[in-house]
Design a protein around this ligand. Structure first.
Ligand code: 5GP
Length: 207
C-alpha cells in the first residue's frame, strides 16, 4: 500500500476548487499538485507547465496509447488527463498528491484507488455559482450556459464522494479540508506499520 495520500478534489465549475486547492498548497507545501494535460487553449493568465501541460489532440492521443494517464476525460469539448507516472512515483515516495479533476475522472480514480480521499467542493448557492463564473470573464456566453447546466447535474454526483465542503469563505473551506486530511492521516488503515512496530519493540522495567 502506498504511503502518500491521494487527495482528489472535484466540484462544479465556479465552486472555487482551484482557489481552495491553491490556498491549501500555500499552507502545506509538502503536498504535490498533479499538473494535468489538456487539449484546451491556455487562458491569458495561465502558464504551460504551471496550470496545465498543453497538448495537441495528437499528443494527447499518443499519451493515451502509451497508457500515460491515470485517468482522462472529455470535459466541455476538450480532453483532460492526469499524468500516471508523476502521481504513482510521488505516492510511492511517500508524498501526498492532490488531483483537481472533474467528476468522471475522479470516479475512475476511485475505482482504481479506493484508498484515495475524495472531496467534493460545493458553492454556497447556485446564484453565487453563476456570479463567480461570470465575474471570471473567461467564458463565452455559450460555455457559461454549458457550465451552469452541467453544475446542477454534477452536484448530484456528490453522493459518490466521501466528503463535501461548502466553499463560502475560502479560509474556512481550507480549514475544513485540512481537518479532513488530518483525520485521514490518522486512520488505522494508514498506520498499520506504526502499530506493528510496537510488536518488535523490547521494553525494560527497572526493578
Ligand atoms: P478548466 O478548463 O476550467 O481548467 O477545467 C475544466 C474542468 O476540467 C474542471 O472541472 C477541472 O477540474 C477538470 N480537470 C482538470 N484537469 C483534469 C484531469 O486531469 N482530468 C479530469 N478528468 N478532469 C480535469
Amino acid at each position: 500500500m502506498s504511503k502518500g495520500l491521494l487527495i482528489v478534489v472535484s466540484g462544479p465549475s465556479g465552486a472555487g476548487k482551484g482557489t481552495v486547492c491553491s490556498a491549501l498548497l500555500a499552507k502545506q507545501a509538502d503536498i504535490q499538485l498533479s499538473i494535468s494535460a489538456t487539449t484546451r487553449e491556455p487562458r491569458k493568465i495561465e502558464k504551460p507547465g504551471v496550470n496545465y501541460h498543453y497538448f495537441t489532440k495528437e499528443e494527447f492521443r499518443s499519451q493515451i496509447d502509451q497508457d500515460g494517464f491515470l485517468e482522462y476525460a472529455e470535459v466541455y469539448g476538450n480532453y483532460y488527463g492526469t499524468p500516471k507516472k508523476f502521481v504513482l512515483d510521488a505516492l510511492k515516495a511517500g508524498n501526498d498528491v492532490l488531483l483537481e479533476i472533474d467528476i468522471q475522472g475522479a470516479l475512475k480514480v476511485k475505482e482504481a484507488y479506493p484508498d484515495g480521499v475524495f472531496i467534493f467542493i460545493l458553492p454556497p448557492t447556485l446564484e453565487e455559482l453563476q456570479k463567480r463564473i461570470t465575474s471570471r470573464g473567461t467564458e463565452t456566453e455559450e460555455s457559461l450556459k454549458k457550465r451552469l447546466g452541467a453544475a446542477v447535474e454534477e452536484i448530484e454526483q456528490a453522493f459518490k464522494y466521501e466528503y463535501c465542503i461548502v466553499n463560502d469563505q475560502v479560509d474556512e473551506a481550507v480549514e475544513e479540508l485540512e481537518a479532513i486530511l488530518k483525520a485521514e492521516r490518522c486512520l488505522i488503515k494508514r498506520n498499520h506499520e506504526k502499530i506493528h512496530n510496537f510488536r518488535e519493540e523490547e521494553f525494560y522495567v527497572e526493578a
